[in-house]
Design a protein around this ligand. Structure first.
Ligand SMILES: Nc1ncnc2c1ncn2[C@@H]1O[C@H](COP(=O)(O)OP(=O)(O)O)[C@@H](O)[C@H]1O
Ligand SMILES: [Mg+2]
Length: 310
């Protein structure tokens, strides 16, 4: 079971004279079980692509298959209720979808709607809350009195309570503080590793999930400009940057180090820590033969200056 797009195009203004494709001839394949990042500049089509994963948007041209459901442009829409349960979408500001006066009621809403008994729904709420790293003491609390990071976790728990196979999140860390952002990324990685969820994350800040994602798709102006492993992404960083993608500092540092020491075939080091460790080993191996990098390219402390925005 997987996600397959064949030449999918999508236009919001399909019938307009000035028709403008938000997606243009996208073909892609994502195996279930991956942790994939979907990157690209603002307006490149990331959110539009994501909304095709559970049939909120349907192709205006081409065909796609998600799990066992096929959608083809021009065909009658297949039943989507089960797909919507199995593919949980978390929108950019999911806390805007919270509406009950307790966390428990909010998380139980979906499961009850899908036929769970109240007891089952409550059990699922507890489990979903623990998956996002919040304990039962949150259940009776008013979701609107929580911090931004906690609200977002509750909103994600509401999706997890449906027990989806795939969870796709649109800019999940937008507007969160640095600590909440890093907690969120670790939580998604845990869902992937320990719960076997397929995790698809739309982001324009690639560094947030760089250590976790095993696949990347890059969108550019409605087209797919790249799909591949993180190693391939690192190898193509120059081309992608030239066409406008904001390449994370750690990829640029790794490429400098790799070029300097001839490590292009190695698995890239994508955190400050792993890069520092690798450099330490290199200097042990070759001792004084290693030429230090010029000071301004020294890789230590990378990312620390980039945490203020969002
Ligand atoms: N609801 C909409 N109606 C019309 N055009 C839209 C709508 N949503 C997005 N678009 C257009 O589709 C293109 C892709 O947008 P989007 O998928 O939101 O990109 P991203 O998520 O990468 O910022 C943009 O040109 C955007 O203006
Ligand atoms: Mg978007």
């Amino acid at each position: 079971m997987s996600i397959d797009f064949e030449q999918v195009s999508f236009a919001y203004d399909e019938h307009s004279l000035w028709r403008n494709s938000a997606l243009e001839q996208i073909s892609l394949h994502l195996e279930t079980g991956v942790f994939a990042g979907i990157a690209g500049a603002s307006g490149s089509g990331k959110s539009t692509l994501m909304q095709h994963f559970n049939g909120i948007l349907k192709p205006t041209e081409g065909k796609l298959r998600v799990l066992d459901v096929t959608m083809q442009a021009g065909d009658k829409a297949p039943p989507l209720r089960e797909l919507r349960r199995r593919v949980g979408l978390v929108f950019q500001f999911p806390e805007q979808q919270l509406f009950e006066d307790t966390v428990e009621k909010d998380i139980c809403f979906g499961p009850l709607n899908f036929g769970c008994t109240p007891d089952e729904a409550k059990q699922r709420a507890r489990r979903a809350l623990s998956l996002v790293g919040l304990d039962d003491s949150f259940l009776p609390r008013n979701p609107f009195h929580l911090s931004g990071g906690q609200m977002r976790k509750v909103a994600i728990a509401s999706v997890l309570a449906m027990e989806p196979d795939i969870i796709a999140l649109d800019e999940p860390a937008a507007t969160l503080d640095p600590q909440s952002r890093s907690e969120l990324a670790s939580m998604l990685s845990r869902l992937h590793r320990e719960e076997g969820k397929t995790v698809l994350v739309v982001t324009h800040r690639m560094e947030e999930i760089l250590p976790f994602a095993d696949q990347w798709i890059v969108m550019e102006d409605g087209h797919k400009s790249f799909q591949g492993s993180v190693k391939e992404l690192v190898q193509e960083a120059g081309r992608l940057q030239a066409s406008g993608l904001a390449i994370p500092d750690c990829i640029r540092y790794w490429n400098e180090v790799a070029a300097h020491y001839g490590l292009e075939e190695e698995e890239p080091c994508l955190t400050a820590e792993s890069l520092a460790d690798r450099l330490a080993v290199l200097s042990d191996q070759v001792g004084n033969a290693v030429t230090p990098l010029p000071k301004e390219e020294a890789p230590l402390g990378l990312e620390t200056s980039r945490e203020g925005d969002g």
